[in-house]
Write a protein that binds this ligand. Structure first.
Ligand code: 1CP
Length: 366
């Protein structure tokens, strides 16, 4: 199916924001908008394992659509996970209930790059189920809003592959950066190449924006970020655009989320390679102003503290108003500063979405 065969968009607010156009209200989507805070998601996950949902296009489509049926969201994000890439390269990943992802056999030494990863594998073959889910979801969305594709970034994937699970220090993975520098670059390079293919295939299948998640920047120093993260984020943004133009596929807006990389945002922005930078909740208004001043085309996304969703309706609306005053209503996509937690209330999520729309509409009319 070529992209021309998809139903026309009824809500293109996010795409217009990314083109620098003015919009009547600030668009919003929410990281982890599909997930365990939704009773209808819990009903699906009571019947099917996490990776079964990811691998079955009809189920992935269903859980992607659940939040956009319930709320007035301005984008859907395909249901998948960043860890489908290490799986596709041959590693085993299990999703342990209430704990998260776990690799029973993580990478221990650089020799494991050759023994535990099969670099001849291709995204177009191994992750075909993601692309089928995207095409099915884009068709089923019937133009209600754009569909976002995504991938984990190399450093974040490398750190899971070595740690084997979430870690607060990432000391096993950081040991590689300090003691096996060349092999770390080899691994990051293998991942970057695979990620480029994965994002291009998602766009070819119908994704209308893509987001790259570099979730593990909190443990990096500015120097480690500049050597082991930023060059690969840049390589991916360039590589995706080059490959799309080779295949004569139209480019789509590129969002990067380098969580906790407050120290690296100026450098990230000055590459000029990203249409949208997504911000976590630690970013100051001074930093937001300077990002805006230095790059007049940049779109910002974020950054409500997810825990603000525990507020009363009045307090949440006050916080949203303050956030909109900091970001303004142009070149801005509202979101949380990270994903929703499973114990968050569906009503409060709705208040957040509606508050962004209503308050920004009011600010535009002032
Ligand atoms: O709705 C959506 O946002 C789409 C689906 C989505 C996305 C974009 C899921 C489903 N995962 C992700 C990305 C993802 N996965 C990231 C990047 C964003 C972030 O920083 O959170 C990361 C780090 C993961 C890895 C992962 N998968 C974790 C985090 C563990 C840790 O290190 O703290 C967890 C808990 C998962 C499982 C998962 N992925 C997605 C869902 C809904 C869940 C919960 C699983 C369940 O149903 O129990």
């Amino acid at each position: 199916m070529s992209s021309n065969d998809f139903p026309p968009l009824k809500n293109d607010l996010i795409l217009r924001v990314c083109r620098g156009e003015s919009v009547e209200r600030v668009p919003i989507w929410i990281m982890r908008q599909a997930g365990r805070y939704l009773p209808e998601y819990k009903a699906v996950s009571a019947q099917h394992s996490f990776f079964e949902v990811c691998r079955t296009p009809s189920l992935a489509c269903e859980v992607t659509l659940q939040p956009v049926r319930r709320f007035d969201l301005d984008a859907a994000i395909i249901f998948s996970d960043i860890l489908v890439i290490p799986q596709a390269l041959g590693m085993q990943v299990e999703m342990v209930a209430n704990e998260g992802p776990c690799f029973p056999q993580p990478l221990k030494t650089p020799d494991d790059i050759n023994t535990k990863l099969d670099r001849t594998r291709q995204a177009s073959v191994e992750l075909k189920y993601v692309y089928e889910a995207i095409t099915l979801t884009r068709r089923t969305l019937d133009g209600q809003c754009p569909l976002i594709g995504f991938s984990g970034a190399p450093w974040t994937l490398m750190s899971y592959m070595i740690e084997g699970k979430a870690s607060s220090t990432m000391s096993k993975a950081k040991r590689w950066l300090y003691s096996y520098e060349k092999e770390s670059h080899d691994l990051l390079g293998i991942l970057a190449k695979f990620i480029i293919d994965h994002l291009v295939e998602q766009i070819a299948a119908g994704a209308q924006l893509v987001q790259l998640f570099e979730s593990h920047c909190a443990c990096l120093t500015p120097d480690l970020f500049n050597r082991f993260s930023l060059p690969y984020l840049s390589q991916i943004a360039k590589g995706v655009r080059d490959e799309l133009s080779k295949r004569q596929i139209a480019s789509v807006p590129f969002i990067v989320f380098a969580k906790d990389a407050h120290y690296g945002l100026q450098d990230l922005s000055s590459t000029g390679l990203f249409d949208v930078i997504s911000l976590d909740w630690t970013i100051t208004s001074a930093c937001i102003k300077s990002l805006r001043n230095e790059n007049s085309k940049l779109v910002l996304q974020g950054n409500l503290d997810p825990c603000a969703l525990y507020s009363s309706k009045d307090n949440l609306e006050k916080t949203v108003h303050e956030m909109l005053q900091v970001f303004g209503t142009k070149q801005y996509i509202a979101n949380l500063g990270h994903g929703i937690y499973p114990d968050m209330s569906v009503d409060n999520v709705k208040w957040f979405i509606d508050a962004v729309h209503e308050i920004s509409k009011g600010m535009n009319n002032d």
